[in-house]
Design a protein around this ligand. Structure first.
Ligand code: SF4
Length: 72
């Protein structure tokens, strides 16, 4: 829990993803600055590695993260 160690390089945090959700700042506060363990991107990078990260995966898309991780 807490501030995410990937903030400096994370494409989501650094506004490098397209289709930016309206609540992007809320997502950053909720996940990146306070609760990284619940972030879909954080789950995928830790379980599968950054090479397997979908280009546009957002922190709140946990179901998508679970599906990717379950598929291996
Ligand atoms: S989107 Fe997830 S992985 Fe990226 S900085 Fe925020 S909490 Fe960390």
């Amino acid at each position: 829990m807490g501030e995410c160690e990937f903030m400096e390089k994370c494409p989501f945090y650094n506004d490098k993803l397209g289709n930016v959700p309206e609540k992007v700042e809320e997502l950053k506060v909720h996940y990146c600055r306070n609760n990284n363990l619940h972030c879909a991107r954080y789950m995928v990078v830790n379980a599968l590695g950054k090479d397997r990260m979908p280009v546009e995966l957002y922190p709140h898309e946990k179901e998508r993260a679970y599906t990717l991780i379950a598929a291996g």
